[in-house]
Design a protein around this ligand. Sequence first.
Ligand code: COA
Ligand code: AMP
Length: 635
Amino acid sequence: MTSIRVMQQRAEGDPKGFWTEAAAGISWHRSWDRVLDTSNAPLYRWFSGAELNTCYNAVDRHVEAGFGEQVAIHYDSPVTDTAYPITYAELQVQVARLAGALKAEGVGKGDRVVIYMPMVPETVYAMLACARLGAIHSVVFGGFAAAELATRIDDAKPRLVLSASCGIEPSGVVPYKPLLDRALELTNHPVARCLILQRPQCEATLLAGRDRDWHEAQQGVEPAECVPVAATDPLYILYTSGTTGTPKGVVRDNGGHAVALHWSMKAIYNIEAGDTFWAASDVGWVVGHSYIVYGPLLARATTVLYEGKPVGTPDPGAFWRVIEQYQVKSFFTAPTAIRAIKREDPDTEYLARYNLGCLNALYLAGERCDPDTLNWAMDTLKVPVVDHWWQTETGWAICANPLGIEPLPIKAGSPSLAVPGYQVDVLDEEGEAVPPGQSGAIAIRLPLPPGTLPTLWGDDQRYIDSYLSRYPGYYLTGDAGYQDEEGYLYIMSRIDDIINVAGHRLSTGRFEEVLAQHPAVAEVAVIGVADKLKGQLPLGLVVLKAGVTLSESQLYEELIALVRKEIGPVAAFKLVSVINKLPKTRSGKILRGTMRKIADNQDYVVPATIEDPAALDLVHNTLVRLGYGKGRVTA
Ligand code: COA
Ligand code: AMP
């Protein structure tokens, strides 16, 4: 039997033994009473009774072990023309000082701190400073608008917000401070203190009494020590799109997270201490949390913090330049980024300028990887390309080709096998596992391994209702697909109203909420349509109120601007069409599933419960006009 199957069986048959061994990679302040605490099932806890500090494990212990001079972070910012290394010793100083400033502001164990910042080293210091104090950070991606930030602040109820004057996008400087100010006007939760990092590209106006300058706040403060916390205490909350407009606060614990991420660095990414690893994502997403910050630092690797894009900063050779410059061994990005590079450098002229001999493998995740993209990357980079599948909720890969355990044959279109610790099944409506080749809902048997979400912030019931109730004994991933005879999984679609735009997960429900605010809109449905670059794009189908006199072009402009203002530029909302009627069931439910099928060019059945079949024809015709809807009605 292959090593991966042996390890899968070991993790399944003896999860406590398996994860106890993995836990040896972490320094504990106090050992656990129970490896796996089942007392509150289906809510499970790992390493209950244990104490540790995640920042200590990611930073201090490496300095104590004599690796202070090793580079912890290579900061590389083509958009500001800045690049410098930060050693573990420097990182410790920076983090301890910032933690001291937070402590002086009254931040302590269990307090929440919202971080709304660009890709600068101070953002990593901020996350680690919270971890150092046992405070819970919640990073909000910079491409979200004020209203989205406000929702997250209201849910997390932070004692303090950390932000910067601006982010820098290829289109120019994006001032963050006005967005933060607006968000704080919208929130119900009062925030008494904000620390603002002034960037030279754009100086923010500070509000006297509430805002303090980042550096001034750190002057004269006592550096803070690491505070031991319970393994089961939250390290962070990361909001992600749910099916409704209200985001879900995914909770990450300290102990299980440290164990799983440390283990994954070798097992999945084949990274040893001292190696350089790069995840070209943003710290605002889970990939950034796990594999820009915590995973590499826990494993004493060197990580790269890149403030730029795959193309345009300055050219499609940017990623290859960084890989060569820092001798990156394993590189992780989203398929969209590879598609963007392929589009601008189809003949690999830019790629040819760099020596990528250091690179052992490319890892892709965040969205489905189409076989063309995977094959192009393998042919051009001449290294294994690992498509791996995971979610904000799991925090690390569910399925992968674990190169550090055993390289598996690559099958384009599949993220390979379940990683040891995960037991993945494809289920039918009744919850029965379907045979290979047959599609169904993808679910993971409980308990989930360490590092995965123990619950949603402040809402155990929502966690149970959203994930654990559909199939008792299972966690519902929300993805659908099938397994082949060899257990390779194929992730084909979502079973809910989540779409994936350039590897960013967005809720169509939230788009609908926003579009419905426009005074001309009577009804609206938003679906994802295929896009060659970003995988999917949101398309709004709007029914107008009677008597609307706006021209269609004016209306479209206003709707696009509204989404940008309310959700943010990351929504990439540009497609909207007026329609006379939306297709519904006789009980009034919009037939989103059928519309999604039409948009995906699939054949579809007209549901027996449809109120007016002509409305579905209207949608089909509209989608055909937009270049979709190539499927046929099959019954
Ligand atoms: N702060 C402020 N604005 C941001 C932002 C941030 N952190 N990140 C993105 N935006 C803005 C962009 O400036 C852009 O605004 P625009 O409409 O004014 O141009 C908009 O949000 C969409 O950004 P993006 O998704 O980056 O699309 P793009 O068309 O500018 O670039 C790609 C296309 C392919 C280069 C880009 O989508 C990309 O790098 N994708 C990889 C995705 C990825 O790494 N995902 C991580 C998940 S693992
Ligand atoms: P997020 O929580 O933003 O990371 O998004 C998670 C979702 O992205 C998953 O539930 C999938 O729908 C999709 N996804 C992530 N990685 C992959 C992958 N390798 N293949 C297919 N879909 C993926």
